[in-house]
Design a binder for this molecule. Sequence first.
Ligand code: SAH
Length: 398
Amino acid sequence: MADAVTAPLARAILKRGREGPVRGGNPWIFSQAIDRVEPSSPEAGSLVTVHDASGALIGMGYCNPATTIAIRMLAWGEAPAIEDLVSRRIKSALELRRRFIRDDTNSYRLVNGDGDGLSGVVVDRFGDVLVVQILTAGADRMRATIVAALNELLHPRSILERSHGAVRKQEGLEDHVAVLAGEAVTGTIAAENGIKIKIDFEHGQKTGYFLDQRDNRAMAGAIARDARVLDAFCYQGGFSLAALAGGATKVIAVDTSARALEIARQNLDLNQYPANAVEFVHGEAGKFMAETPNRFDLIVLDPPPLARNRGDAERAGRLYVELNSVAMRALAPGGRLMTFSCSTHFRGDDVVRAVRFAASNAGRTLRLLAHLGPGPDHPVLLGHAEGEYLTGLLLADL
Ligand code: SAH
């Protein structure tokens, strides 16, 4: 053990002039920026100190020689031993959340990867159940330390792992779904803005629920009074429930996942709404909007990521324009549209441009009321634009 702790880390030396982004807080170092690693050929996931071309220390990260993001930074300047760093990071992540998570909410993102100084690690909290996603080879080595820190800080009933997806595959890792500590729970009831939400850990998407939309659901509730609402791409009905709580008169919710709709129905019951409080439509949201004779005072448009990679962005842009055009046509005069894109390859100004284009196609004059994004439990390092993904706009028909 003593050897493992005290063994000096490998050193990665950057090419001359390539230290700018990382010094500016971008945690991702691409292989082209690296001059050499000493000793060479470190194992995937091993820790390295990172230095500029003159040898000056920049910080510490972990490497994977097999991926284009060759190093992911964990700390800038001198770093403590990894166990101390992980425990410190998780502790400060929790302290930050405690400052702004409302009392009527027990579910939030506790650790948001790079944005919390723990690249490749996501922890979502649903009351006394924690769901961990470990995405990279470097993060994979921290599993036991993460579990120990979470247990010590929160004493959860259960820590589950649900690690799957494209990033793990690129990292050379298999999917990993397991009970890491405590009970083997399959579901729980979360509280979000005072609304009860059933979480299905076995079959739900991602960690079970899309916590990044919490504040936007609250916003939808705040503007839903007396409105006819369309929740397009509703998943388990989070926006629909918020709209009902906000006084919507009619809600239609559309999704292609029968399982998600089944849980959405259960969520109505959980919150003491009658089964017909929402009209659920099992089908394609785009097709539904193009064909419905209904007009809506509030439409929420929250599609899955339409661009899976950078090369896909143009095709995704066309799809996105089309989807927004049909939504705008289904807006009642004076209606509001909350439109989102959750792809890192199609965000920010791309979304604004596409939505302008859609308005022009639809022949509507819309006003931009607010830029929307994920809540503050999804922090992103200031130097890391690639870490941003969820872009939303709140629009109102003139
Ligand atoms: N608004 C949701 C999250 C949406 S995630 C929330 O607040 O929690 C995207 C959803 O789109 C998923 O539930 C997925 O099943 C659904 N989906 C994917 N393609 C679809 C399509 N063409 N039409 C309708 N729903 C679709």
